[in-house]
Every structure is written in C-alpha cells, then in structure tokens.
Design a protein around this ligand. Structure first.
Ligand code: COA
Length: 214
C-alpha cells in the first residue's frame, strides 16, 4: 500500500509500508542516528552497529517515508513475534565475538517488549534530522495505526524514555496516553535514561468491507 500524503517544503513525502529493497543500509543509518545513544552500549562501535542492524532488518515490520525516492523516515513495529530490528543472540555473538557478545545480548534483552494479545508495539520511530518538525513523524504514526487496524489489533503500545519529552509530547498529541512509568535509576549511567513510560492508543475498528463509515 502506498499513499501520497503531503507536500511540505521540497517535494511530496510519500508514506508506504515496508522498507524498500536496497534501502536497508539507509534505514539502519536513520535508526542509528536516532537511537545510537540508547543502543550504543549494546551495539557500538557505529561502523559495526549500522551493518549489523541493516543485515538483520525485518523490512515488513515498518512503515517508511520517502522524499524523491529517498528514505527520510521510518517507524518500526512488533507484531506476531517479529520486529523491525532482528538479529538473534547467536547473530550478536557471531558479529561481536563470544567474550564481549554476551554482555551485548543481555543489554539488548533489556529493550525487548512483548506485546499483549491484540496489541501492536511501536518499535522505534526516526525522521531525518533535516526534516524533523514538518509532520513526517505524525504521518508515520498514523500509517502505523492503519497497519494495526488492518491486522485487527485493538491497541498500539509504545515506550518513551524520560530524556525524550518532545517525543512524548508528539505521542500525546497523536492520541497516546501514559499508562505506567518504570523507574530504572541504575540504568541512567549505562544507558542515559532513568525511566520508561508506557503509552497506549486505541485502534479504531475497521468497518467491514463494503460499509462506509460516516
Ligand atoms: C520524534 C520524531 C520521530 C518526530 O518526527 P517529526 O517528523 O519531527 O514529527 P512531527 O513533525 O510530526 O511532529 C513534531 C513534534 O515532534 C516532537 N519532536 C520530538 N523530537 C523532535 C525533534 N528533534 N525535532 C522536532 N520535533 C520533535 C515535538 O513534539 C514536535 O512538536 P513541536 O514542533 O510542537 O515541538 C523525530 O523528531 C525524531 O526522529 N527524533 C529522534 C528519534 C526519537 O526521539 N524517536 C522517538 C523515540 S521514543
């Protein structure tokens, strides 16, 4: 599914489902640019992290934004046991070696979220730095909500860290409500944040085929 959704600044931004074949490296760069601070202790150095992320992407677990054919944003989601960023413990050990790899596997496990039944978990949203604040992130959120509706999910879940209040403001504006905050002060020194807030948004039920909604 592909939608021409808006015209902002330069050319039209197109939102579509999936990461286009050949754009895995660019997707990994965007992801790392946005989340490198958080994932650094697990996947550093960047010249190893970006190829690792690119090689283990599940391209069908994202929606993406394209500007003149170039990937400028993505939003991953986890559903049916798969998320945008893949890579088993064995793959981490293979890429980073057994000695340092084990610590990395344990750190990555801290970020793992298991969706409840009927839930789609949003799993990392990132927009090119030069295009932020122009509505692309909002479009990615709405397309993810459309994916959730098509999959028959009742709820979208995401987790936002305490050092990212602007992202939280965006989520609140897009209809997410905070349901709980887990305080992890012991991780502040290691990962740079000391609390994670879980937010939910209900998914509107899809009208049956052939029926239009008012
Ligand atoms: C968060 C992010 C995806 C939003 O994308 P976007 O295209 O800038 O979003 P929109 O233009 O639809 O909405 C803008 C709102 O996003 C929020 N926002 C968060 N970080 C922002 C940033 N660095 N620049 C601009 N807006 C940001 C603000 O609430 C902003 O509203 P404001 O301009 O009134 O302050 C993008 O800023 C980004 O990639 N940030 C780095 C990665 C990140 O923090 N991801 C979220 C992890 S939970």
């Amino acid at each position: 599914m592909e939608r021409d959704v808006t015209q902002r600044g330069g050319g039209p931004v197109t939102v579509r489902r999936g990461i286009p074949a050949g754009a895995e490296r660019r997707a990994a760069e965007l992801y790392w640019d946005a989340f490198g601070r958080k994932l650094g202790p697990a996947l550093d150095p960047p010249d190893k992290a970006v190829p690792f992320i690119a090689a283990h992407l599940n391209a069908d677990r994202a929606v993406c934004a394209l500007l003149d054919g170039r990937l400028v944003g993505l939003a991953g989601h986890q559903y049916g046991g798969r998320s945008l960023t893949g890579g088993s413990a064995r793959a981490v050990l293979r890429a980073y070696g057994h000695l340092g790899g084990l610590r990395r596997v344990l750190l990555l496990a801290l970020f793992h979220r298991r969706p409840a039944p009927g839930q789609l978990v949003m799993d990392g949203i990132a927009v090119d730095r030069d295009l932020r604040g122009r509505g692309v992130g909002s479009l990615l959120i709405e397309e993810t909500a459309a994916v959730a509706a098509d999959l028959g999910c009742r709820q979208i879940r995401l987790d936002v860290i305490d050092t990212n209040p602007r992202a939280r403001t965006l989520y609140e504006r897009r209809g997410f409500t905070a349901v709980r905050t887990q305080h992890t002060p012991c991780l502040r020194g290691l990962l740079g944040f000391g609390a994670v807030t879980t937010m939910h948004r209900s998914v509107a039920e899809k009208a049956p085929e052939g029926l239009s909604t008012p």
